[in-house]
Unconditional design. Structure first.
Length: 60
């Protein structure tokens, strides 16, 4: 499994509302830098973009 970089910035990639998109290639899934925001209504977002509805993701 690939190691994902930790984001401490207030960008969409580190938001609780961000859902990352993946691509299936040769029976393996690879993460993309794009996804969508599920806050209020679905919106296309890039990992590095910012949004007024940003909330931090819970740390495990």
């Amino acid at each position: 499994m690939p190691v994902y970089p930790k984001h401490d910035d207030t960008v969409c990639g580190s938001c609780v509302h961000f859902r990352r998109h993946y691509i299936n290639c040769s029976s393996e899934f690879y993460p993309l830098s794009v996804g969508h925001c599920v806050c209020l209504r679905p919106k296309d977002r890039e990992e590095g973009s910012t949004c007024p509805s940003w909330k931090p993701r819970e740390q495990k």
